[in-house]
Design a protein around this ligand. Structure first.
Ligand SMILES: Nc1ncnc2c1ncn2[C@@H]1O[C@H](COP(=O)(O)OP(=O)(O)OP(=O)(O)O)[C@@H](O)[C@H]1O
Length: 468
């Protein structure tokens, strides 16, 4: 089990911060992993993360430590996710993209162009062992809608889940890219589309999440085996609290939606890190589009790196502290990424004797064995009503949704048992108290009456617990 890599990056102070808070720096570096942070009350807190990058850290250092190992694994079919998190203006986009995607000098290039260069570099040095196909998608999540940045006509991409491929963006544009220059060109086009959308919708990129998705498929030259790695880079919306932005009307609604999706991310991380291993812990991935897209990454089947971007200025100390706390929490997620399922290339595959209809039929049969027709109908209605699925076209969806319902049911039953156990404990304490009181009163016959009353009461409670 390897943990998520969590790093902090402090940008240089902006001219405004230098002007307004000349000496106000809330961070003192100790070494490459540890720093001391001074909060609003001037209390000193020591943080140790996997890495910390101070204001003079070059972009290359962030890439080599945080992204390079994940990129290498993705080319070897181990899924990876790299996320930048932090308040608006903390350096997320600078870290992710640099000052620009194309035509940027080598020194300032951000993680994204470096990942693209590194990925195609590695692919070209592995050409004798496998043929690679890389596909690129780019989406923006704004007000809980997923927009295709490579085709603006697709304004509401649906998220689906399949057993074999995990989370999928249904119908999203996937452009094949054969080298670094081609990939960067599409990324630039996507970013230009993002800017067009911003103007059309009168919004700012700091209020939406942007995800860059690479699918890297390798067909082994030797045995025609096919492996696929997914690499997702996410530049999150600003994490500042809605009330701090002083926003009103629609902008306030946007801020609340961003906060909702980022707190959904926090809740997922909390659920992943606080659940006892003996319990089936419900993870609320479905609470936001962001957590749903990141489900595979957060759920463990992916390597993950989180860059907590921070301002070093005292004026931003409280936001910086909440960014760092988020990072500390994420550090406790346990990840156990595995290489994607290996399958034989289609041309070599045995012709499948099972048609899709037959497969669906078998799944339905299996479900019918466990449930009555009425139950199945009710389940369908619940799934549609709860928005878990919109129709029952895909059997994969039905299966997943069924598992989701089962897991939710187990969780609520566990909760009910816990509540009943507490109730029993409370009643036992009360019983003890009543017994003691009766003994103290020492009335002939009363103790006998009380204890037979308590015994029958006890029996009825135990029966109630057993029934529930
Ligand atoms: N490490 C750094 N070195 C130099 N300049 C930086 C660094 N990080 C950020 N900056 C500068 O700080 C400003 C804000 O950074 P950036 O736009 O990346 O913030 P952000 O977190 O992406 O904000 P938003 O949420 O609005 O997108 C930019 O002018 C950027 O060039």
């Amino acid at each position: 089990m390897s943990n998520v890599t969590v790093c902090a990056r402090f940008r240089p102070r902006s001219s405004k911060e230098l002007r307004d808070h000349r000496d106000g720096v809330c961070v003192r570096g100790i070494d490459a992993e540890t720093f001391v942070f001074q909060d609003d009350k001037e209390d000193e807190l020591t943080f140790t993360l996997d890495g910390v990058f101070y204001e003079d850290a070059p972009q290359a250092a962030v890439y080599e430590f945080l992204a390079l190992p994940i990129m290498r694994d993705a080319v070897n079919a181990i899924n990876g996710t790299i996320i930048t998190y932090g308040q608006t203006g903390a350096g997320k986009t600078y870290s992710m993209e640099g000052p620009g995607i194309q035509d940027c000098d080598d020194h300032n290039k951000g993680l994204l162009p470096r990942v693209v260069d590194g990925m195609f570099g590695q692919i070209s040095s592995s050409k004798d062992i496998a043929n690679y196909t890389v596909k690129l998608s780019m989406v923006e999540i704004y007000m809980e809608k997923v927009r295709d940045l490579l085709d603006l006509s697709k304004g509401n991409i649906q998220i689906k889940e399949t057993k074999t491929q995990g989370i999928l963006l249904s119908g999203v544009t996937e452009v094949p890219v054969s080298d670094s220059a081609e990939a960067l060109q599409h990324l630039c086009a996507g970013l230009a589309n993002r800017a067009v959308g911003e103007t059309q919708m009168n919004m700012s990129s700091s209020r939406s999440h942007c995800a860059y998705l690479f699918t890297i498929q390798q067909d082994s030259v030797k045995d025609k085996r096919v492996k696929t790695g997914k690499l997702i880079l996410v530049d999150l919306a600003g994490s500042e609290k809605a009330d701090k932005t002083g926003a009103e009307g629609r902008v306030l609604e946007e801020a609340k939606t961003i906060n909702k999706s980022l707190s959904a991310l926090g809740n997922v991380i909390n659920a992943l890190t606080s659940g006892s291993s003996s319990k089936v812990n419900h993870i609320p991935y479905r609470d936001s589009k962001l957590t749903r897209i990141l489900q595979d990454a957060l759920g463990g089947n992916s390597r993950m790196a989180l860059l907590c971007c921070c301002s070093p200025s005292t004026s931003n100390a409280s936001e910086t502290l909440s960014t760092l706390r988020f990072g500390m929490r994420a550090k406790h997620i346990k990840a156990s990424p595995r290489a994607s399922e290996v399958k034989i290339a289609r041309s070599q595959e045995e012709p499948s004797s099972v048609t899709k209809d037959e497969k669906c039929g078998r799944i339905l049969e299996k479900m019918k064995e466990r449930m009555s027709n009425e139950d199945i109908k009710m389940l369908e209605e619940v799934l549609i009503h709860e928005g878990i699925i919109s129709s029952l076209d895909s059997m994969d969806e039905v299966e997943t949704a069924y598992e989701d319902i089962v897991s939710k049911t187990i969780q609520s039953l566990q909760q009910a048992v816990e509540e009943l156990q507490l109730k029993v404990k409370k009643l036992e304490t009360e019983k003890k108290g009543i017994k003691e009181k009766a003994l103290r009163n020492d009335e002939p016959g009363l103790v006998g009456k009380m204890s037979s009353f308590i015994s029958s009461w006890e029996r009825s409670v135990i029966e109630e617990v057993n029934e529930e």
